[in-house]
Design a protein around this ligand. Structure first.
Ligand code: HAS
Length: 550
């Protein structure tokens, strides 16, 4: 049921949402510059000036883009989505949103300051035994705590709606925000535990060792659901907003809700698939978590089906003939559709790469190679980020009382073409070079024999070409975003919300029975992690102290 009467985000909520989105694009600009420098260094064509450490800019690139751009944009988008569908935030919820924002910004400043002063050159996964200054870990803790406060405000607004509309399914977009917020809160418990009980005391000198296996397991308990925390806002736009933009209908409300519930259940108990080559974890538990990983592929396949159904239903309604006639009926001149669509198409090879990663035997070939870097530059840096750009083209003018002009629409399509070409060069060559065994996270692949390094140079030059084109794409998106926020003509830009197709099934209320879903989630996490985690504690390396975390 759409709350159709709310058509505009309240100005006060719009300011809150824009604050988060502004920080997101600042992170994109700085983090993107670091990415350009990385590809130039790796091509052997650039020496970093002033003895800047390559791994310092690699850490900045990963933290600012992987954790900064995504988290701030997602929270900004989710606040706008909740306000647009479940009603204007209460003053308490809005205040919590601002408190969360301030806590996150303080944390971001600490973490970025430590990175840029070479006191936290630990990459975005901050694996021990690499150690950062304690302010880096404190900064990350504040970033997460601030995001919890923000998610709490969104969930409280959803609960208010449910109380005001007993027995009715909540607005689909608001339901999706709640699932993504719950997923984020549950999965960040892992990394919060790692930082608070292991890395912070260790970096403060309170303990002198750290149980590395436990720290990595807590990180990857968080690390894979992190990618779905990124993906689900893109899916929100695909399911609820794209149908409206193309002039179609949402294929099925209950399928969309079920997809999100499946992500909530299966995206968390799978972290071992990042640790398949790791000693100290019994292979049978790795097998259990790989099976669960393959479960989490299913909601994406359902999404592919649902998108094709949405497009075809619309095309047929416009008289499309033949197997693919509906493709012609889609709005190919509208950046609000075309840019996320390119993200969808990119997700086909990206997802296939994920399935290769998750396949134990094949992962032995690609693990820790630059293939994995190619994988996530397709998934998060193309599918998710291009969808975020597509959302920005209507969301930013909607929030700032301006319009998305024809000129900006044209520039947005040019930007997406630039992104696609740059990423084809960069991610494509990363995948190929990874298959040749080139390691990831290295300034310059001189590992192994010199001949090998020479073999890899052409791929790194291709990455530098791709990275430079991508950086041009970043300049373009920053120009568009600044224009839409401050210079585009004043006016009303619609916040598109799709309607459910007439013949769609009625939405079963069980999908909003959080007691059931959170109980199943807790059971899956306990099944997947209890025994192997106890194993890590009981058989901790000699000299470990206390609860064997150190
Ligand atoms: Fe991944 C590593 C497995 C999805 C991001 N992944 C990473 C890392 C990142 C990342 C950041 O199992 C590196 C972490 C690090 O630094 O070490 N990944 C998967 C699997 C999926 C997957 C099984 N990954 C993602 C998404 C990400 C992301 C989404 C970010 C947003 N990934 C792994 C594994 C590793 C890994 C291992 C560790 C590797 C190692 O050894 O270290 C699945 O969710 C993928 C399912 C998706 C599909 C595709 C469905 C297609 C759709 C679009 C259809 C197109 C349409 C348009 C409708 C099966 C939905 C119309 C088209 C027309 C042509 C008309």
């Amino acid at each position: 049921m759409m709350n159709a009467q709310i058509s505009k985000v309240d100005k006060r909520d719009a300011r809150l949402s824009m604050a988060y989105i502004t920080v997101a694009f600042i992170a994109l600009a700085v983090g993107g510059l670091m990415g350009l420098l990385q590809t130039l260094v790796r091509s052997g064509k650039l020496e970093l000036p002033g003895g800047i450490n390559y791994y310092e800019i690699l850490t900045a690139h990963g933290v600012l883009l992987g954790l900064g751009l995504t988290t701030y944009f997602i929270l900004g988008f989710q606040f706008a989505a909740v306000s647009r569908t479940a009603g204007t935030l209460s003053s308490k919820a809005r205040l919590s949103g601002w408190i969360g924002f301030i806590v996150m910004v303080i944390g971001t400043i600490f973490a970025t300051w430590m990175i840029l002063t070479n006191k936290a050159t630990v990459l975005y996964t901050f694996y021990a035994p690499l150690q950062a200054h304690f302010l880096f870990y404190l900064g990350l803790t504040l970033l997460i705590v601030g995001s919890w406060i923000a998610c709490g405000a969104m969930i409280a607004t959803y609960m208010r709606w449910r109380k005001q509309n007993p027995g009715k399914p909540s607005p689909l977009l608001c339901f999706m925000v709640v699932v993504n917020s719950l997923l984020w809160i549950v999965c960040t418990l892992g990394v919060a535990g790692e930082v608070l009980f292991q890395l912070l005391p260790w970096s403060l000198g309170l303990v002198d060792t750290v149980n590395v296996l436990v720290s990595r397991t807590l990180f990857w308990y968080f690390g894979h659901p992190l990618v779905y925390f990124w993906l689900l806002p893109a899916y929100m736009a695909w399911y609820v907003i794209i149908p409206k933009i193309i002039g179609g209908k949402i294929f099925s409300d209950s399928l969309a809700r079920l997809v999100f519930i499946l992500f909530l259940l299966f995206s968390i108990p799978v972290g071992f698939h990042h640790q398949l080559t790791e000693p100290g974890i019994d292979a049978s538990w790795k097998f259990v978590q790989v099976v669960l990983t393959f479960m989490v592929i299913i909601p994406s396949l359902m999404t592919a089906f649902s998108m094709f159904a949405t497009f075809e239903m619309f095309g047929r309604s416009k008289g499309a003939k033949g197997l693919f006639g509906w493709l012609k009926k889609l709005p190919w001149k509208d950046a609000r559709f075309v840019v996320p669509f390119i993200g969808m198409v990119a997700f086909i090879p990206a997802g296939a790469g994920g399935i290769i990663n998750a396949s134990n035997q094949m992962d032995q070939v690609v693990h820790n190679t630059i293939w994995v870097t190619g994988h996530f530059h397709l998934t998060v840096a193309t599918t998710v980020v291009l969808t975020f750009f597509g959302i920005s083209y209507w969301l930013i003018p909607h929030l700032t009382g301006r319009v998305f002009t024809k000129a900006m629409n044209r520039l947005a399509i040019i930007q997406a073409i630039c992104w696609t070409i740059g990423m084809a060069f960069m991610s494509g060559s990363m995948h190929l070079e990874g298959l040749l065994g080139a390691p990831r996270r290295t300034a310059f692949t001189t590992y192994g024999n010199a001949q090998q390094a020479l073999d890899w140079i052409p791929y790194q030059v291709a990455q530098a070409i791709g990275g430079s084109i991508l950086f041009l794409g970043i300049v373009l998106i920053i120009v568009i975003v600044i224009n839409l926020a401050f210079f585009a003509p004043k006016g009303e830009q619609d916040f598109p919300i799709g309607e459910i197709a007439e013949n769609a099934e009625k939405t079963p209320m069980v999908l909003e029975n959080w007691k059931i879903w959170l109980t199943v989630l807790a059971a899956l996490i306990l099944i997947a992690y209890t025994v192997p985690f106890m194993d890590m504690i009981q058989n901790a390396p000699p000299g470990s102290k206390g609860f064997k975390l150190w």
